[in-house]
Write a protein that binds this ligand. Structure first.
Ligand code: KG4
Ligand code: ZN
Length: 349
């Protein structure tokens, strides 16, 4: 079964082609225009998707050596995400479905992030039950998954305020690291001393709940008191004031965020008895998180599944894999209504 998967929920225009659980291509065009604004500008994002989507899809088909008529289905992200961005992908996918007469499969973005861990792994080989930690720019949540059906997913807990990726981005922005700051903090931290600064690890006493806004406030005060860093400074001036301490600061922040994620994920496995852990979403690309989880899971005899780096941040491959999963489990008739309601909330806010 060949599926074209299209993803456009935020600032990556992505498309992939799969055959069964294998990816034949995986193409992404990341929008750089938001860097100057320190975050994603929704209007710019939808226009950039509109400009990129045709060539991204064409490239995905070319690299897979597949024509539109070879496809069995077209899959697309329905949400959650930015309304205007989602609608570009959905309209494009609907057009292709109408043109080819192939079914359109709507996919939930967060479900797809998790399924990125099972690319190349057949449905019957997915080990249940497992715990999933989904950590992206918009979400941080822990789930217990006992079977193949969407009804087998139990939410254990999620963030009460900022998502882990959002914390990386907002704190990094205060330090003049641009957008998205998560990968920059990750890289800087590699050369920093993680023991020099000890920043708060929040909500360790509430098993599955997360909160990162306290860390953000702590850092804002700390950077202001210690380095005279205030919000209206230019990026270069921010970096100049932090000077040679930047890598150590990045290392301290990296530890504060990733340790909370590691500890809570492990706790969820211990409490539920699950022996498999999936970690997915943009933040799962983080070097320290990957390495520390690898060591902890090894120690506790837990099988760890983290997607390869290019399947961690938003991509079309995860949309293909989730669509295939839905088809194989007879759940591909996704109702559009809950997503349409989310889009309407987007219009009203
Ligand atoms: O899943 P994703 O691509 O988009 C959303 O669904 O939100 O995640 C993007 C988030 C951003 O906040 C970005 O800073 C973060 O993932 N991120 C990272 C790393 N790579 C991406 N955070 C920490 N370390 C990384 N290496
Ligand atoms: Zn995502």
């Amino acid at each position: 079964m060949k599926i074209l998967g299209i993803e456009s929920s935020c600032d990556d225009t992505a498309a992939a082609v799969s055959e069964g659980v294998q990816l034949l291509s995986n193409v992404r065009s990341s929008q750089l225009g938001h860097k100057a604004f320190g975050g994603v500008v929704p209007e710019l994002a939808s226009r950039a998707h509109d400009q990129a989507i045709t060539s991204v899809v064409e490239q995905a088909l070319d690299e897979a050596n597949v024509s539109l008529q070879d496809l069995d289905a077209i899959a697309v992200t329905l949400g959650p995400g930015l309304m205007g961005s989602l609608l570009v992908g959905l309209s494009f996918a609907k057009g292709l479905a109408a043109q080819t007469g192939r079914p359109l499969i709507g996919v939930d973005h967060l479900e797809a992030h998790k399924m990125a861990a099972w690319v190349d792994i057949e449905e019957q080989d997915i080990p249940h039950p497992y715990v999933a930690l989904v950590v992206s720019g918009g979400h941080t949540r822990l789930e217990y998954i006992s079977g193949h059906s969407l009804n087998d997913i139990r939410l254990l807990g999620e963030t009460r305020d900022d998502a882990a990726g959002e914390a990386f981005d907002k704190i990094g922005k205060m330090m003049g690291l641009g957008y998205p700051a998560g990968p920059v903090v990750d890289t800087l931290a590699l050369t920093g001393d993680p023991t020099r600064f000890s920043f708060p690890q929040s909500m360790l006493d509430q098993p599955y709940e997360f909160s990162f806004s306290g860390l953000k406030t702590h850092l804002r005060r700390f950077l202001e008191n210690e380095y005279g860093v205030v919000s209206d400074l230019e990026q270069d001036e921010l970096k100049r004031r932090l000077g040679n301490d930047l890598p150590d600061l990045a290392a301290g922040i990296n530890v504060a965020i990733t340790e909370v994620l590691r500890k809570k994920a492990l706790e969820a496995c211990e409490d539920t008895g699950a022996r498999t852990l999936v970690v997915a979403g943009g933040v799962s690309a983080n070097t320290l998180l990957r390495n520390s989880l690898l060591a902890s899971c090894d120690e506790h005899d837990i099988a760890l599944h983290i997607p390869p780096i290019d399947l961690c941040t938003d991509n079309g491959g995860m949309i293909c894999r989730q669509a295939y999963h839905l088809v194989m489990n007879g759940q591909h008739e996704q109702p559009l209504e809950p997503y349409a309601r989310q889009w309407m909330r987007g219009i009203q806010s």
